[in-house]
Design a protein around this ligand. Structure first.
Ligand code: NAD
Length: 444
Protein backbone atom coordinates (compact mmCIF):
# COMPACT_ATOMS: atom_id res chain seq x y z
CA UNK A 1 0.00 0.00 0.00
CA UNK A 2 1.32 3.43 -0.97
CA UNK A 3 0.45 6.77 0.63
CA UNK A 4 -0.62 8.97 -2.25
CA UNK A 5 -1.73 12.59 -2.50
CA UNK A 6 -3.70 13.73 -5.55
CA UNK A 7 -3.55 17.51 -5.86
CA UNK A 8 -6.56 18.81 -7.80
CA UNK A 9 -9.82 16.86 -7.52
CA UNK A 10 -11.49 17.98 -10.76
CA UNK A 11 -12.64 15.65 -13.53
CA UNK A 12 -9.27 13.91 -13.80
CA UNK A 13 -8.02 14.15 -10.22
CA UNK A 14 -11.18 12.74 -8.69
CA UNK A 15 -11.30 9.71 -10.99
CA UNK A 16 -7.57 9.12 -10.40
CA UNK A 17 -7.93 9.48 -6.61
CA UNK A 18 -10.88 7.10 -6.51
CA UNK A 19 -9.17 4.63 -8.87
CA UNK A 20 -5.87 4.58 -6.96
CA UNK A 21 -7.76 4.08 -3.67
CA UNK A 22 -9.67 1.23 -5.27
CA UNK A 23 -6.31 -0.38 -6.15
CA UNK A 24 -5.68 -0.55 -2.38
CA UNK A 25 -3.62 2.60 -1.83
CA UNK A 26 -4.25 5.18 0.90
CA UNK A 27 -5.17 8.33 -1.02
CA UNK A 28 -5.71 11.93 0.07
CA UNK A 29 -7.36 14.19 -2.49
CA UNK A 30 -6.30 17.82 -1.95
CA UNK A 31 -8.00 20.83 -3.47
CA UNK A 32 -8.43 24.53 -2.76
CA UNK A 33 -12.13 24.59 -3.61
CA UNK A 34 -14.08 24.52 -0.30
CA UNK A 35 -17.46 23.80 -1.84
CA UNK A 36 -16.10 20.86 -3.84
CA UNK A 37 -14.39 19.36 -0.79
CA UNK A 38 -17.51 19.68 1.36
CA UNK A 39 -19.48 17.69 -1.22
CA UNK A 40 -16.74 15.06 -1.63
CA UNK A 41 -16.44 14.51 2.12
CA UNK A 42 -20.17 13.74 2.16
CA UNK A 43 -19.70 11.25 -0.69
CA UNK A 44 -21.39 13.58 -3.20
CA UNK A 45 -20.07 14.38 -6.67
CA UNK A 46 -19.37 18.02 -7.60
CA UNK A 47 -19.95 17.19 -11.29
CA UNK A 48 -21.78 14.57 -13.32
CA UNK A 49 -19.78 11.45 -14.13
CA UNK A 50 -21.58 8.11 -14.60
CA UNK A 51 -20.54 5.38 -12.16
CA UNK A 52 -18.12 7.52 -10.15
CA UNK A 53 -20.35 8.05 -7.12
CA UNK A 54 -20.45 4.37 -6.10
CA UNK A 55 -16.66 4.12 -6.26
CA UNK A 56 -16.33 7.36 -4.30
CA UNK A 57 -18.59 6.18 -1.50
CA UNK A 58 -17.11 2.68 -1.31
CA UNK A 59 -13.54 3.96 -1.05
CA UNK A 60 -14.38 6.64 1.54
CA UNK A 61 -16.16 3.97 3.60
CA UNK A 62 -13.15 1.63 3.31
CA UNK A 63 -11.05 4.35 4.97
CA UNK A 64 -8.60 4.46 2.04
CA UNK A 65 -9.86 7.72 0.54
CA UNK A 66 -10.18 11.13 2.16
CA UNK A 67 -10.17 14.77 1.07
CA UNK A 68 -8.57 17.88 2.47
CA UNK A 69 -8.00 21.53 1.79
CA UNK A 70 -4.70 21.32 3.66
CA UNK A 71 -2.35 20.69 0.72
CA UNK A 72 0.87 20.79 2.84
CA UNK A 73 -0.43 18.08 5.20
CA UNK A 74 -1.41 15.89 2.23
CA UNK A 75 2.15 16.28 0.89
CA UNK A 76 3.76 15.52 4.26
CA UNK A 77 1.74 12.30 4.63
CA UNK A 78 2.54 10.98 1.14
CA UNK A 79 5.52 9.55 -0.76
CA UNK A 80 3.82 9.87 -4.13
CA UNK A 81 2.03 13.06 -5.24
CA UNK A 82 -0.13 13.04 -8.37
CA UNK A 83 -0.74 16.44 -9.97
CA UNK A 84 -4.14 16.78 -11.67
CA UNK A 85 -4.34 20.54 -11.90
CA UNK A 86 -5.81 22.56 -14.72
CA UNK A 87 -3.51 23.84 -17.48
CA UNK A 88 -5.84 26.43 -19.06
CA UNK A 89 -4.91 28.34 -22.20
CA UNK A 90 -3.18 31.72 -22.16
CA UNK A 91 -4.20 34.36 -24.70
CA UNK A 92 -1.53 33.14 -27.15
CA UNK A 93 -2.75 29.53 -26.83
CA UNK A 94 0.16 28.33 -24.68
CA UNK A 95 -0.64 26.35 -21.53
CA UNK A 96 -0.81 28.21 -18.22
CA UNK A 97 1.43 26.30 -15.81
CA UNK A 98 0.95 28.52 -12.74
CA UNK A 99 -1.11 25.95 -10.77
CA UNK A 100 1.53 23.32 -11.37
CA UNK A 101 4.38 25.63 -10.45
CA UNK A 102 2.77 26.66 -7.18
CA UNK A 103 2.07 23.00 -6.34
CA UNK A 104 5.64 21.84 -6.97
CA UNK A 105 6.84 24.80 -4.86
CA UNK A 106 4.69 23.45 -2.01
CA UNK A 107 6.04 19.95 -2.55
CA UNK A 108 9.65 21.24 -2.48
CA UNK A 109 8.84 23.07 0.74
CA UNK A 110 6.91 20.39 2.62
CA UNK A 111 8.20 17.00 1.41
CA UNK A 112 10.12 15.36 4.26
CA UNK A 113 11.52 12.32 2.43
CA UNK A 114 11.93 10.94 -1.09
CA UNK A 115 8.83 11.96 -3.04
CA UNK A 116 7.73 11.00 -6.51
CA UNK A 117 5.72 13.71 -8.30
CA UNK A 118 3.53 12.24 -11.04
CA UNK A 119 2.07 14.73 -13.52
CA UNK A 120 -1.36 13.75 -14.83
CA UNK A 121 -2.06 17.25 -16.18
CA UNK A 122 -1.51 17.79 -19.89
CA UNK A 123 1.68 19.84 -20.15
CA UNK A 124 3.84 21.01 -23.05
CA UNK A 125 6.97 19.08 -23.88
CA UNK A 126 9.80 20.00 -21.52
CA UNK A 127 7.52 21.02 -18.62
CA UNK A 128 8.26 18.11 -16.29
CA UNK A 129 12.01 18.55 -16.70
CA UNK A 130 11.64 22.29 -16.02
CA UNK A 131 9.50 21.60 -12.93
CA UNK A 132 12.15 19.14 -11.69
CA UNK A 133 14.79 21.82 -12.15
CA UNK A 134 12.61 24.34 -10.30
CA UNK A 135 12.37 21.94 -7.34
CA UNK A 136 16.13 21.26 -7.34
CA UNK A 137 17.01 24.95 -7.24
CA UNK A 138 14.47 25.72 -4.52
CA UNK A 139 16.76 24.40 -1.78
CA UNK A 140 14.39 21.81 -0.20
CA UNK A 141 16.03 18.93 1.68
CA UNK A 142 14.08 15.91 0.33
CA UNK A 143 14.95 14.13 -2.91
CA UNK A 144 12.09 14.71 -5.36
CA UNK A 145 11.68 13.10 -8.77
CA UNK A 146 9.28 14.01 -11.58
CA UNK A 147 7.35 11.50 -13.69
CA UNK A 148 5.11 12.27 -16.67
CA UNK A 149 2.00 10.06 -16.69
CA UNK A 150 -0.46 11.78 -19.03
CA UNK A 151 -4.14 10.96 -18.64
CA UNK A 152 -6.29 9.81 -21.57
CA UNK A 153 -9.65 9.33 -19.86
CA UNK A 154 -12.76 10.76 -21.46
CA UNK A 155 -15.35 12.66 -19.47
CA UNK A 156 -18.50 10.60 -19.29
CA UNK A 157 -16.43 7.39 -19.42
CA UNK A 158 -13.86 8.26 -16.77
CA UNK A 159 -14.28 5.14 -14.63
CA UNK A 160 -14.26 2.74 -17.59
CA UNK A 161 -11.21 4.49 -19.06
CA UNK A 162 -9.29 4.52 -15.76
CA UNK A 163 -9.78 0.81 -15.07
CA UNK A 164 -9.55 -0.33 -18.71
CA UNK A 165 -7.23 2.09 -20.50
CA UNK A 166 -5.99 1.38 -24.03
CA UNK A 167 -2.48 2.00 -22.66
CA UNK A 168 -0.66 3.66 -19.78
CA UNK A 169 2.18 6.02 -20.72
CA UNK A 170 4.91 6.60 -18.15
CA UNK A 171 7.81 8.95 -18.73
CA UNK A 172 10.08 8.01 -15.82
CA UNK A 173 13.83 8.29 -15.69
CA UNK A 174 15.02 6.15 -12.76
CA UNK A 175 14.54 2.51 -11.75
CA UNK A 176 13.13 3.67 -8.43
CA UNK A 177 10.45 5.79 -10.12
CA UNK A 178 9.58 2.99 -12.59
CA UNK A 179 9.33 0.47 -9.75
CA UNK A 180 6.97 2.69 -7.70
CA UNK A 181 4.70 3.43 -10.67
CA UNK A 182 4.76 -0.24 -11.67
CA UNK A 183 3.58 -1.20 -8.21
CA UNK A 184 0.86 1.50 -8.04
CA UNK A 185 -0.54 0.27 -11.35
CA UNK A 186 0.05 -3.43 -10.69
CA UNK A 187 -3.68 -4.18 -11.00
CA UNK A 188 -3.66 -2.84 -14.57
CA UNK A 189 -0.47 -4.71 -15.43
CA UNK A 190 -2.05 -7.95 -14.20
CA UNK A 191 -4.95 -7.21 -16.55
CA UNK A 192 -2.46 -7.00 -19.42
CA UNK A 193 -2.99 -3.32 -20.13
CA UNK A 194 -0.08 -2.24 -22.38
CA UNK A 195 2.46 0.03 -20.66
CA UNK A 196 4.65 2.46 -22.61
CA UNK A 197 7.82 3.27 -20.63
CA UNK A 198 9.70 6.25 -22.00
CA UNK A 199 11.42 9.53 -21.20
CA UNK A 200 9.40 12.49 -19.98
CA UNK A 201 9.50 14.46 -23.24
CA UNK A 202 8.18 11.50 -25.24
CA UNK A 203 5.36 10.95 -22.73
CA UNK A 204 4.38 14.63 -22.86
CA UNK A 205 4.29 14.63 -26.66
CA UNK A 206 2.35 11.35 -26.87
CA UNK A 207 -0.54 13.11 -25.15
CA UNK A 208 -0.51 16.12 -27.50
CA UNK A 209 0.00 13.99 -30.59
CA UNK A 210 -2.99 11.85 -29.59
CA UNK A 211 -5.31 14.79 -29.02
CA UNK A 212 -4.18 16.61 -32.16
CA UNK A 213 -4.77 13.46 -34.21
CA UNK A 214 -8.24 12.94 -32.74
CA UNK A 215 -9.15 16.59 -33.36
CA UNK A 216 -7.96 16.28 -36.95
CA UNK A 217 -9.89 13.03 -37.47
CA UNK A 218 -13.12 14.68 -36.26
CA UNK A 219 -12.47 17.71 -38.45
CA UNK A 220 -11.80 15.49 -41.45
CA UNK A 221 -15.12 13.67 -41.13
CA UNK A 222 -16.91 16.99 -40.50
CA UNK A 223 -15.58 18.36 -43.78
CA UNK A 224 -16.48 15.13 -45.58
CA UNK A 225 -20.00 15.48 -44.15
CA UNK A 226 -20.21 19.03 -45.49
CA UNK A 227 -19.21 17.71 -48.89
CA UNK A 228 -21.65 14.80 -48.69
CA UNK A 229 -24.41 17.29 -47.88
CA UNK A 230 -23.79 19.13 -51.13
CA UNK A 231 -23.08 16.05 -53.21
CA UNK A 232 -26.10 14.03 -52.16
CA UNK A 233 -24.04 11.26 -50.50
CA UNK A 234 -24.49 9.53 -47.15
CA UNK A 235 -21.76 10.29 -44.59
CA UNK A 236 -22.87 7.41 -42.34
CA UNK A 237 -21.95 4.86 -45.00
CA UNK A 238 -18.82 6.75 -45.96
CA UNK A 239 -17.63 6.80 -42.34
CA UNK A 240 -18.59 3.18 -41.76
CA UNK A 241 -16.71 2.01 -44.83
CA UNK A 242 -13.68 4.12 -43.98
CA UNK A 243 -13.71 2.64 -40.49
CA UNK A 244 -13.66 -0.89 -41.87
CA UNK A 245 -10.19 -0.12 -43.16
CA UNK A 246 -7.89 -1.35 -40.39
CA UNK A 247 -5.47 1.47 -41.12
CA UNK A 248 -8.14 4.03 -40.21
CA UNK A 249 -10.37 2.52 -37.50
CA UNK A 250 -14.02 3.24 -36.86
CA UNK A 251 -13.82 5.59 -33.87
CA UNK A 252 -14.06 9.39 -34.00
CA UNK A 253 -15.70 9.30 -37.42
CA UNK A 254 -19.01 10.84 -36.40
CA UNK A 255 -19.77 14.27 -37.82
CA UNK A 256 -21.10 16.97 -35.53
CA UNK A 257 -21.21 20.71 -34.88
CA UNK A 258 -17.44 20.83 -34.17
CA UNK A 259 -15.43 19.43 -31.28
CA UNK A 260 -15.26 21.14 -27.90
CA UNK A 261 -14.53 20.29 -24.29
CA UNK A 262 -11.78 21.18 -21.90
CA UNK A 263 -9.07 19.23 -23.73
CA UNK A 264 -8.98 19.04 -27.54
CA UNK A 265 -9.34 22.79 -28.30
CA UNK A 266 -6.87 23.96 -25.65
CA UNK A 267 -4.37 21.16 -26.27
CA UNK A 268 -4.12 21.73 -30.01
CA UNK A 269 -3.67 25.47 -29.47
CA UNK A 270 -0.90 24.68 -26.99
CA UNK A 271 0.70 22.34 -29.53
CA UNK A 272 0.78 25.14 -32.09
CA UNK A 273 2.35 27.42 -29.45
CA UNK A 274 4.98 24.74 -28.75
CA UNK A 275 5.67 24.46 -32.49
CA UNK A 276 6.11 28.25 -32.67
CA UNK A 277 8.48 28.16 -29.72
CA UNK A 278 10.58 25.39 -31.24
CA UNK A 279 10.30 26.88 -34.73
CA UNK A 280 8.35 23.98 -36.22
CA UNK A 281 5.31 24.79 -38.35
CA UNK A 282 2.27 22.83 -37.17
CA UNK A 283 0.26 23.81 -40.24
CA UNK A 284 -2.06 20.80 -40.18
CA UNK A 285 -3.04 21.48 -36.58
CA UNK A 286 -3.55 25.19 -37.32
CA UNK A 287 -5.93 24.26 -40.15
CA UNK A 288 -7.84 21.95 -37.82
CA UNK A 289 -8.36 24.81 -35.36
CA UNK A 290 -9.69 27.13 -38.07
CA UNK A 291 -11.86 24.44 -39.67
CA UNK A 292 -13.43 23.62 -36.32
CA UNK A 293 -14.44 27.24 -35.79
CA UNK A 294 -16.04 27.23 -39.25
CA UNK A 295 -17.88 24.01 -38.42
CA UNK A 296 -19.47 25.61 -35.36
CA UNK A 297 -20.48 28.66 -37.40
CA UNK A 298 -22.01 26.45 -40.13
CA UNK A 299 -24.84 25.35 -37.82
CA UNK A 300 -26.58 28.73 -37.88
CA UNK A 301 -25.62 29.29 -41.52
CA UNK A 302 -27.50 26.08 -42.34
CA UNK A 303 -30.45 27.19 -40.29
CA UNK A 304 -30.49 30.53 -42.11
CA UNK A 305 -30.52 28.69 -45.44
CA UNK A 306 -33.57 26.74 -44.29
CA UNK A 307 -35.46 29.84 -43.19
CA UNK A 308 -34.40 32.02 -46.13
CA UNK A 309 -31.77 34.10 -44.30
CA UNK A 310 -33.97 35.76 -41.62
CA UNK A 311 -33.97 34.20 -38.18
CA UNK A 312 -35.15 37.22 -36.22
CA UNK A 313 -38.28 36.54 -34.18
CA UNK A 314 -38.04 32.75 -34.52
CA UNK A 315 -38.28 30.52 -31.50
CA UNK A 316 -35.76 27.65 -31.59
CA UNK A 317 -35.44 24.68 -29.24
CA UNK A 318 -31.77 23.81 -28.68
CA UNK A 319 -31.39 20.22 -27.49
CA UNK A 320 -27.99 19.59 -25.92
CA UNK A 321 -25.61 22.11 -24.38
CA UNK A 322 -22.78 19.87 -23.12
CA UNK A 323 -19.87 19.42 -25.53
CA UNK A 324 -20.76 15.73 -25.71
CA UNK A 325 -23.17 13.32 -24.04
CA UNK A 326 -22.77 11.89 -20.53
CA UNK A 327 -21.15 14.99 -19.09
CA UNK A 328 -22.26 18.31 -17.64
CA UNK A 329 -19.14 20.01 -19.01
CA UNK A 330 -19.79 22.96 -21.32
CA UNK A 331 -16.19 24.17 -21.62
CA UNK A 332 -15.66 25.18 -25.28
CA UNK A 333 -18.91 23.41 -26.17
CA UNK A 334 -20.09 24.14 -29.74
CA UNK A 335 -23.42 25.13 -28.13
CA UNK A 336 -21.73 28.27 -26.78
CA UNK A 337 -20.98 29.52 -30.28
CA UNK A 338 -24.30 28.36 -31.72
CA UNK A 339 -26.40 29.99 -29.00
CA UNK A 340 -24.38 33.22 -29.32
CA UNK A 341 -25.02 33.22 -33.09
CA UNK A 342 -28.73 32.53 -32.58
CA UNK A 343 -29.08 35.38 -30.09
CA UNK A 344 -27.23 37.70 -32.44
CA UNK A 345 -29.72 36.75 -35.14
CA UNK A 346 -32.61 37.77 -32.87
CA UNK A 347 -33.76 34.21 -32.06
CA UNK A 348 -35.63 33.27 -28.90
CA UNK A 349 -33.61 30.32 -27.55
CA UNK A 350 -35.38 27.56 -25.60
CA UNK A 351 -32.72 25.20 -24.23
CA UNK A 352 -32.64 21.73 -22.74
CA UNK A 353 -29.84 19.43 -21.60
CA UNK A 354 -30.18 16.51 -19.18
CA UNK A 355 -27.10 17.55 -17.14
CA UNK A 356 -25.43 20.72 -18.38
CA UNK A 357 -28.05 23.46 -17.90
CA UNK A 358 -26.60 24.82 -14.63
CA UNK A 359 -23.14 25.21 -16.14
CA UNK A 360 -24.56 26.79 -19.31
CA UNK A 361 -26.77 29.15 -17.31
CA UNK A 362 -23.65 30.56 -15.64
CA UNK A 363 -22.57 31.79 -19.11
CA UNK A 364 -25.97 32.50 -20.72
CA UNK A 365 -28.28 33.44 -17.83
CA UNK A 366 -30.98 34.98 -20.02
CA UNK A 367 -32.09 32.23 -22.40
CA UNK A 368 -34.99 29.89 -21.59
CA UNK A 369 -34.12 26.64 -19.79
CA UNK A 370 -36.66 23.82 -19.67
CA UNK A 371 -36.81 20.64 -17.61
CA UNK A 372 -37.57 18.43 -20.60
CA UNK A 373 -37.02 18.40 -24.36
CA UNK A 374 -40.79 18.44 -24.75
CA UNK A 375 -41.12 21.71 -22.83
CA UNK A 376 -38.23 23.27 -24.76
CA UNK A 377 -40.00 22.44 -28.05
CA UNK A 378 -43.28 24.06 -27.04
CA UNK A 379 -44.18 26.71 -29.62
CA UNK A 380 -40.80 26.39 -31.36
CA UNK A 381 -40.34 27.00 -35.08
CA UNK A 382 -37.41 24.60 -35.23
CA UNK A 383 -35.55 22.03 -33.17
CA UNK A 384 -31.77 22.00 -33.22
CA UNK A 385 -29.97 18.92 -31.84
CA UNK A 386 -26.42 19.68 -30.73
CA UNK A 387 -25.44 16.91 -28.29
CA UNK A 388 -25.75 13.16 -28.82
CA UNK A 389 -27.71 12.39 -25.64
CA UNK A 390 -29.53 9.06 -25.97
CA UNK A 391 -32.88 10.58 -25.01
CA UNK A 392 -32.82 12.69 -28.20
CA UNK A 393 -32.58 9.53 -30.33
CA UNK A 394 -36.15 8.61 -29.57
CA UNK A 395 -38.10 11.85 -29.96
CA UNK A 396 -41.86 11.44 -30.24
CA UNK A 397 -42.66 13.07 -33.60
CA UNK A 398 -46.43 13.09 -33.11
CA UNK A 399 -45.98 14.87 -29.81
CA UNK A 400 -43.53 17.29 -31.43
CA UNK A 401 -46.09 18.14 -34.08
CA UNK A 402 -48.59 18.96 -31.37
CA UNK A 403 -46.12 21.01 -29.30
CA UNK A 404 -44.23 22.88 -32.03
CA UNK A 405 -45.30 25.84 -34.12
CA UNK A 406 -43.00 24.94 -37.04
CA UNK A 407 -41.74 21.74 -38.64
CA UNK A 408 -37.96 22.19 -39.01
CA UNK A 409 -35.50 19.75 -37.43
CA UNK A 410 -31.75 20.28 -37.73
CA UNK A 411 -29.89 17.25 -36.40
CA UNK A 412 -26.16 18.05 -36.29
CA UNK A 413 -25.36 14.61 -34.77
CA UNK A 414 -27.37 12.40 -37.13
CA UNK A 415 -29.27 10.85 -34.24
CA UNK A 416 -32.53 10.40 -36.14
CA UNK A 417 -33.66 8.37 -39.11
CA UNK A 418 -34.19 10.95 -41.90
CA UNK A 419 -36.85 8.89 -43.67
CA UNK A 420 -38.88 8.47 -40.50
CA UNK A 421 -38.66 12.13 -39.54
CA UNK A 422 -39.66 13.27 -43.03
CA UNK A 423 -42.51 10.76 -43.06
CA UNK A 424 -43.91 12.67 -40.10
CA UNK A 425 -43.94 15.83 -42.17
CA UNK A 426 -40.80 17.51 -40.86
CA UNK A 427 -38.25 19.40 -42.91
CA UNK A 428 -35.21 17.43 -41.73
CA UNK A 429 -31.55 18.29 -42.18
CA UNK A 430 -28.97 15.86 -40.90
CA UNK A 431 -25.23 16.33 -41.17
CA UNK A 432 -23.91 14.90 -44.44
CA UNK A 433 -27.16 13.26 -45.39
CA UNK A 434 -28.42 14.33 -48.81
CA UNK A 435 -29.91 17.77 -48.94
CA UNK A 436 -29.37 18.33 -52.62
CA UNK A 437 -28.59 16.24 -55.65
CA UNK A 438 -25.14 16.19 -57.18
CA UNK A 439 -26.56 16.90 -60.62
CA UNK A 440 -28.12 20.12 -59.38
CA UNK A 441 -25.06 21.30 -57.51
CA UNK A 442 -22.51 20.43 -60.21
CA UNK A 443 -24.67 21.88 -62.96
CA UNK A 444 -24.84 18.51 -64.74
P1 NAD B 1 -10.49 20.70 -13.49
O1 NAD B 1 -10.50 22.16 -13.67
O2 NAD B 1 -11.77 19.92 -13.52
O3 NAD B 1 -9.79 20.36 -12.08
C1 NAD B 1 -8.68 21.04 -11.56
C2 NAD B 1 -8.83 21.08 -10.04
O4 NAD B 1 -7.64 21.63 -9.46
C3 NAD B 1 -9.99 21.95 -9.55
O5 NAD B 1 -10.81 21.19 -8.67
C4 NAD B 1 -9.30 23.11 -8.81
O6 NAD B 1 -10.05 23.60 -7.72
C5 NAD B 1 -8.01 22.44 -8.35
N1 NAD B 1 -6.92 23.37 -8.04
C6 NAD B 1 -6.54 24.49 -8.70
N2 NAD B 1 -5.45 25.02 -8.08
C7 NAD B 1 -5.14 24.21 -7.04
C8 NAD B 1 -4.10 24.22 -6.06
N3 NAD B 1 -3.17 25.16 -6.03
N4 NAD B 1 -4.07 23.22 -5.15
C9 NAD B 1 -5.02 22.25 -5.17
N5 NAD B 1 -6.01 22.18 -6.10
C10 NAD B 1 -6.07 23.16 -7.00
O7 NAD B 1 -9.48 20.14 -14.56
P2 NAD B 1 -9.49 18.68 -15.26
O8 NAD B 1 -10.49 18.64 -16.34
O9 NAD B 1 -9.52 17.63 -14.21
O10 NAD B 1 -8.06 18.69 -15.97
C11 NAD B 1 -6.85 18.59 -15.22
C12 NAD B 1 -5.72 18.32 -16.21
O11 NAD B 1 -5.91 17.04 -16.83
C13 NAD B 1 -5.60 19.34 -17.35
O12 NAD B 1 -4.26 19.52 -17.66
C14 NAD B 1 -6.32 18.64 -18.49
O13 NAD B 1 -5.86 19.07 -19.74
C15 NAD B 1 -5.94 17.20 -18.25
N6 NAD B 1 -6.89 16.22 -18.80
C16 NAD B 1 -8.24 16.44 -18.68
C17 NAD B 1 -9.13 15.49 -19.18
C18 NAD B 1 -10.62 15.71 -19.08
O14 NAD B 1 -11.35 14.97 -19.74
N7 NAD B 1 -11.09 16.67 -18.31
C19 NAD B 1 -8.64 14.30 -19.77
C20 NAD B 1 -7.27 14.10 -19.84
C21 NAD B 1 -6.40 15.07 -19.34
Amino acid sequence: MKNIAVIGTGYVGLVVAVGLADFGNRVIGADIDDAKLAMLNEGRLPFYEPGLKDYLKANIESGRLSFTQDVPSAIIKSNVVFLALGTPPEKDGSANLEYLKSSVDSIARYARSYTLVVTKSTVPVGTNRALGERIRTSGGSARIEMVSNPEFLREGRGIQDFFHPDRVVIGAESDRAREILGSIYSALRLNEVPFVWCDMETAELIKYATNAFLATKITFINQMANLADRAGADIALIAKSMGMDGRIGEKFLYPGPGFGGSCLPKDIRALVATGDKLNVDMSLVKTTIAANEEQKARVVVKLRATFGARLSGLSIAVLGLAFKSNTDDVRESPALRVVADLLEGGVLVRAHDPQAMDNFRAIFPDIGYYASAREAMRGADAVLILTEWNEYRSLDFDLMKREMRGRVLLDTRNLLNPRLVRKHGFIYHGNGQTIGSIQGKMGL
